[in-house]
Design a protein around this ligand. Structure first.
Ligand code: ADP
Length: 884
């Protein structure tokens, strides 16, 4: 069946209509052909009957002519015979089959000859001529009998009877002729024997007639004919002649009996002929009727099939396309007012009703689903807003706790107090991480977390995150290795913030679960046209994860060790968030690990390449540098890094003494703290005194030696921006030193202080504790500050013309919130052509939309609560630059 399903319904319908039509036409054509052949055969048969009649007529006339010639010596003329003869000539082609036709044509020629001869024959030769003519008659009848075209039984039987009667007539005529001859010469033994044989033949044909199974009425016709007196008299005469008795009665009367007998036989022949002819005519009419009937029936059925077929075809095809169109329209527009037409009262109408019912049900279900979705979204929204509020409310006091402990850490404390403070700090940070994780997870699950790609330097992203975990690595005395593929593009399209979050999580776990050995971060890259496949893997030599637990640790709240005696803290949310974030970025996160042998977490991500090569900066162009290290690999690596910023590593010394001896002049000295000896360190002050240089210590996280009087430090393997900052800081320190050399130290101190006091920060905050935290931290940084309790107060300060170097603006406040206050301040600045105040949002909300709102309202930066001293100072520093 399936093979038919490849053809369209349209084609199958056409086939369904056309095939029966063709088949019926074919069958009908066959039947019509058969009937036409039937008619043709019947016509031939009819010709045969007519031919027989003509033959019999010719026979009778010829006999009469011959008798006339014999009895009265009257000359025979062909005129009376000609009509029968030409009739025979005409009928001949239609009567016989092609094969017998030839034979009969020669027969006709012979008959013509014979008849012509009759006109000239003498009475003496008449007996011979009669024998010849009789011969021709016999031949004609034989050919006729042979030429059997075959037909239905009844007609065949009638034809056979007709033949027998024809024979009978022939032999009776012949008998009469012989008797004519015998009456003249009764002792002619040959004539007598001929008469004898003719008598027997007649007897034979009568018997054959009976054998043919003639019908009772036919037999009774024959019997009534044969029982006629003429027959009796003719038989008597024949017996007398055959027995050579004296003819007492007048022979004329007896011959008359023969003539009557012949007429009677002729009569029977013609009644049979007429009967047969009428039978044949009725058969022909019947066949013709049948042909008409077939043609009419075929025509009518073709019309009916065509009408029904066309109707069915139109109904099904139109219906199907109507259903398809309506369904597609509903699918596209969700317009359920559309219905499938239920017109008519057939199966398709029933089907339409069922379909409409289903569409209606689907509509109802869709409405229910939409309702359920709306409710779920509402619930989700409620959950998210509850979590955001909770987070906000927890962050606000947490800001107080963290800020205050930060401030307290800067005061003089006893060892025990410091320890307690450290506990407060750790607990607060743990609480903060937990809040952030729960908030992130909830945002991801509710679909509110969106990925924002920017142009990111993936190498810097890795270095930045490693910087965060570096203190822990150093604390646990672990090694750190970073391998970055040379093909790694400089800038790719990436959500830097979320990638850092993932990497911090993986690296924190790596450090947390590793007690000895180290951590290795590898970035490998496979570049293609316009994009690259990044593979970032974090390897550790820690406790590893058992195979059976590996799948589960990416689920929320799941840890490898879920016993109550577990050694490591944590919530089990980190990896779940990592997985969700990487999936949102379109990447994959995977794990290879063996219990006790460490872990390898890897992130596969396809990113668009923004810039392949990092451009060489000329920031430090012309700087001459030297390195003291016995590590040649380090020298090469540093040189590469220097070249990236437009200068070279000019001199490489194995020790400090080599340097002193060479007396080269340069600006920057890198000192590899690992390969430096105590001697190097001892000689350093001397060196600094002699030369106008600045120094940068090169450390590793574990092999860190305290080098005094260094201008900056670089911790391997973290280079990039850290290296640039170290050079920049070192350069600044040297310039400061040079300045200090030319002025007295005290004067410098005095000159700097009033500069610091000039910076005034406006703190806009409604919460008293947070006011305190912010103002203390600002003051610790050496800035001055003024407090505004809400947005309105801040606006009043600004519009009264008071000048501030920066504004720290809380977002949610009574009277006027931070967003409105910022908008109004920007409006006032615009109207009064005042310079723009740098505004930093202080927000306890970390929701993307809130942060976005900060920028939209005109703020320049934001700091999430709770914040640390360093973070605030960093922001204020950049802000004070803005202000200057
Ligand atoms: P948490 O670290 O807060 O428990 P995570 O989702 O980050 O939550 O990690 C889930 C669990 O996966 C951890 O508790 C730990 O059992 C296992 N795990 C994660 N990283 C490592 C690793 N580097 N080494 C060994 N186990 C790890």
């Amino acid at each position: 069946m399936s093979i038919f399903n490849h053809a369209s319904i349209k084609i199958r319908m056409l086939a369904l209509v056309l095939l029966p039509l063709i088949f019926a036409s074919f069958l009908s054509a066959l039947e019509v052909k058969k009937q036409r052949e039937n008619v043709r055969a019947l016509n031939t048969l009819n010709s045969k009957v007519s031919f027989l009649e003509s033959l019999s007529q010719l026979n009778k006339l010829t006999n009469q002519a011959r008798e006339q010639l014999f009895k009265h010596n009257t000359k025979v003329t062909l005129a009376p015979l000609t009509p029968s003869l030409s009739k025979i000539a005409q009928q001949l082609p239609q009567t016989f089959t092609a094969k017998n036709n030839l034979e009969m044509e020669s027969w006709l020629a012979s008959t013509n000859d014979a008849l012509k001869e009759l006109t000239e024959v003498s009475t003496e030769d008449l007996a011979d001529w009669s024998a010849w003519f009789n011969e021709l008659q016999v031949q004609a009848l034989n050919t006729l009998e042979k030429d059997n075209s075959g037909f239905n039984d009844e007609i065949n039987q009638q034809l056979a009877i007709l033949y027998q009667l024809q024979w009978l007539s022939l032999w009776s005529t012949e008998e009469k002729w012989l008797i004519n001859l015998l009456l003249q010469n009764r002792d002619d033994s040959e004539l007598l024997s001929q008469l004898n044989s003719i008598t027997e033949r007649q007897q034979l044909f009568v018997e054959r007639f009976i054998d043919i199974n003639a019908k009772p009425e036919q037999v009774s016709l024959l019997l009534s004919t044969f029982s006629d007196k003429a027959f009796e008299q003719s038989y008597q005469l024949r017996s007398h002649i055959l027995d050579k008795q004296a003819l007492t009665n007048t022979p004329n009367i007896s011959l008359e009996a023969f003539s009557q007998r012949l007429d009677l036989i002729q009569y029977v022949v013609s009644s049979f002929s007429v009967k047969l002819s009428s039978n044949i005519q009725s058969e022909i009419a019947q066949s013709k009727n049948l042909i008409w009937l077939f043609c009419t029936a075929l025509f009518i059925s073709l019309i009916i099939i065509a009408i029904i077929g066309a109707n069915l075809y139109r109904r099904i095809i139109n219906y199907l396309s109507h259903v398809i169109n309506t369904m597609s329209h509903i699918e596209e527009t969700h317009d359920y007012s559309q219905k499938i037409s239920e017109e008519g009262n057939d199966e398709l109408s029933l089907f339409s009703k069922t379909l409409n019912k289903l569409i209606n049900e689907r509509h109802q279900n869709e409405l229910k689903i939409l309702q359920a979705k709306r409710e779920a979204e509402k619930a989700n929204q409620a959950k998210s807003s509850f979590l955001a509020n909770m987070s906000h409310e927890i962050r606000t006091p947490l800001n107080g706790i963290i800020g205050m402990s930060d401030i307290m850490a800067g005061t003089k404390l006893t060892a025990t107090q410091s320890e307690y403070l450290q506990t407060i700090e750790t607990s607060s940070q743990t609480l903060l991480i937990l809040i952030n994780d729960i908030l992130d997870l909830s945002k991801i699950e509710s679909g509110n977390l969106s990925i924002t790609n920017t142009d990111a330097d993936i190498t810097e992203v890795v270095y930045d995150t490693l910087t965060i975990v570096l203190p822990k690595i150093a604390e646990k005395n672990l090694t750190l290795e970073v391998k970055i593929d040379n093909d790694t593009p400089y800038l790719v399209s990436l959500d830097e913030h979320r990638m850092k979050q993932v990497l911090v999580n993986l690296l924190s776990n790596a450090v947390k679960f590793t007690h000895e050995g180290g951590i290795k971060v590898v970035i490998s890259c496979c570049n293609a046209a316009g994009y690259c496949d990044l593979l970032i893997s974090v390897h550790d030599s820690g406790i590893g994860i058992a195979k059976e637990k590996q799948q589960h640790i990416f689920s929320p709240f799941t840890q490898e060790d879920d016993t109550t005696t577990r050694e490591f803290g944590g919530t089990g949310l980190g990896l779940a968030i990592c997985k969700q974030l990487i999936t949102l970025m379109g990447g994959e996160i995977g794990l290879i690990s063996e219990k006790g042998k460490g872990c390898c977490f890897s992130i596969k991500l396809r990113s668009q390449i923004i810039t392949q090569e990092k451009p060489v900066s000329n920031q430090f162009e012309g700087l001459t540098t030297a390195l003291i290290s016995n590590n040649s690999e380090l020298s090469e690596r540093l040189n590469r890094e220097c070249q990236q910023y437009g200068f070279n590593l000019n001199f490489h010394y194995q020790s400090c003494f080599d340097l002193l001896q060479e007396k080269q002049i340069f600006d920057l000295l890198f000192i590899d703290s690992f390969s430096s000896t105590r001697d190097t360190l001892a000689a350093l002050p001397e060196l600094l005194r002699q030369k106008d240089i600045f120094t940068i210590a090169i450390n590793t996280p574990t092999e860190k030696r305290e080098l005094d009087n260094m201008d900056a430090t670089v911790t391997l393997p973290l280079l990039g921006n850290r290296f640039k900052n170290a050079v920049s800081n070192g350069l600044e320190n040297r310039n400061l030193r040079l300045k200090q050399d030319s002025n007295s130290a005290i004067n410098n101190q005095l000159a700097e202080e009033p500069e610091k006091v000039k910076i005034v920060i406006l703190i806009v905050e409604d919460n008293l504790v947070n006011q305190k935290v912010a103002s203390l931290l600002v003051k610790q940084a050496g800035f001055d500050c003024i407090i505004a309790n809400n947005g309105q107060e801040a606006l009043d300060f600004i519009s009264s013309g008071e000048a501030f170097n920066a504004i720290l603006m809380d977002c949610m406040m009574p009277v006027m919130d931070g967003f409105t206050a910022t908008e109004k301040i920007r409006e006032w600045e615009g109207l009064n052509s005042q310079s723009r105040h740098p505004i930093i949002a202080l927000t306890a909300s970390v929701l993307d939309q809130d942060i976005e709102r900060c920028y939209q309202s005109g703020m320049d930066d934001y700091l999430a609560k709770p914040f640390k001293k360093e973070a605030l100072l960093h922001k204020l520093k950049s802000v004070s630059k803005l202000a200057s």
